[in-house]
Design a protein around this ligand. Structure first.
Ligand SMILES: NC(=O)c1ccc[n+]([C@@H]2O[C@H](COP(=O)([O-])OP(=O)(O)OC[C@H]3O[C@@H](n4cnc5c(N)ncnc54)[C@H](O)[C@@H]3O)[C@@H](O)[C@H]2O)c1
Length: 287
């Protein structure tokens, strides 16, 4: 998709981090942007921010884990903007922990938002894009966690593997139907966002019981994610990659080399049917 001006984008998780950077970037291309997020105050601030930049926006408080809520987002967007061309299924949360110790609530929360959020986004918006027949693009935010082999955050990595797999199926199916809809799986490295503070948006019924699943490994993993806000890649850089990805109809929007090597190591394990190599990406390693 190369022509953005006057077209309509929907971005979930748009009140912060990568989603906000995507919304700004798409607005700069002349798109009208529907911002969706569960966090009402931050969503209003994001809408004001974009309006100040001269972007026509619509803010819809949305819980992507609920099909009805995503349907309501689509209805409101169509009512106000009349169509949708670009959909960024981006909202996501993180929890760490050892797989057999993590409470069920962690699995449910992370999978509900990260995996079901994308399922609802696709089931809701793709039929609309197909019906109007104009050029469109779906960007699903996965992660380099979707293509690497990492311990201590199974619920997160599972959710991202699922997003990647769903995106690959979607890609093939749309191509086989001859649709003019591109698909990208966004796989970022560690990005400077508020994902380490995502607990603020965890529903009350899925909160961890005190001490449930606690471990030194969980502490280390969640601390590393919180540190990302200082050390991670700026979200604007990720948004630029996405812009190129949409323009060039690129499916895999991947992180830099150090992460690619961790991905190659996993693929090589599978190719050779050897046991998983513990080869976490080492930032700053340029070998
Ligand atoms: N930050 C990273 O290092 C990193 C790396 C790879 C992938 N990602 C992915 O990027 C995406 C965006 O995350 P971010 O890093 O910008 O984090 P962020 O916390 O800054 O932004 C995520 C946004 O999603 C919203 N959200 C949470 N639950 C929601 C729900 N149920 N419905 C709607 N909105 C909801 C939050 O309110 C927040 O505004 C996520 O899918 C995340 O997994 C992040």
């Amino acid at each position: 998709m190369r022509e953005f001006t006057g077209k309509v984008a929907v971005v979930t998780g748009a009140a912060s981090g990568i989603g906000l950077a995507l919304a700004r970037m798409l607005g700069e291309q002349g798109m009208r942007v529907a911002l969706a997020d569960i966090e009402a105050g931050a969503l209003q601030n994001a809408a004001l921010d974009l309006e100040k930049r001269g972007v026509e926006v619509l803010a819809v408080r949305t819980d992507v884990s609920q099909a009805d809520s995503v349907n309501a987002l689509a209805e409101k967007t169509l009512e106000v903007f009349g169509a949708v061309h670009v959909v960024c299924n981006n909202a996501g949360v993180f929890a760490g922990g050892v797989s057999w110790e993590a409470p069920l609530e962690d699995y449910e929360w992370v999978l509900n938002v990260n995996m079901w959020g994308v399922i609802h986004g696709i089931r809701t918006f793709v039929p609309h894009l197909l019906a109007h027949g104009e050029e469109g693009h779906i960007v699903n935010t996965a992660s380099m966690a979707a293509v690497t082999s990492i311990p201590y955050c199974a619920m997160y990595t599972m959710s991202k593997h699922a997003v990647l797999s769903l995106s690959e199926s979607l890609y093939h199916e749309l191509k086989l139907r001859g649709a003019r809809i591109g698909v990208s799986a966004l796989c970022p490295e560690i990005v400077a966002t508020r994902i380490g503070g995502g607990e603020r948006n965890r529903p009350a019924h899925l909160k961890r019981a005190p001490g449930a699943g606690a471990s030194p490994e969980r502490d280390l993993t969640e601390q590393a994610v919180r540190n990302g806000i200082r050390t991670g890649t700026p979200p604007e850089q990720i948004a630029q990659r996405v812009l190129e990805g949409i323009r060039e109809d690129r499916f895999y929007i991947l992180a830099e080399d150090v992460w690619r090597r961790a991905c190659e190591s996993r693929l090589e394990d599978i190719r050779l049917a050897r046991n998983p190599t513990f080869a976490p990406p080492v930032e700053g390693d340029s070998s």
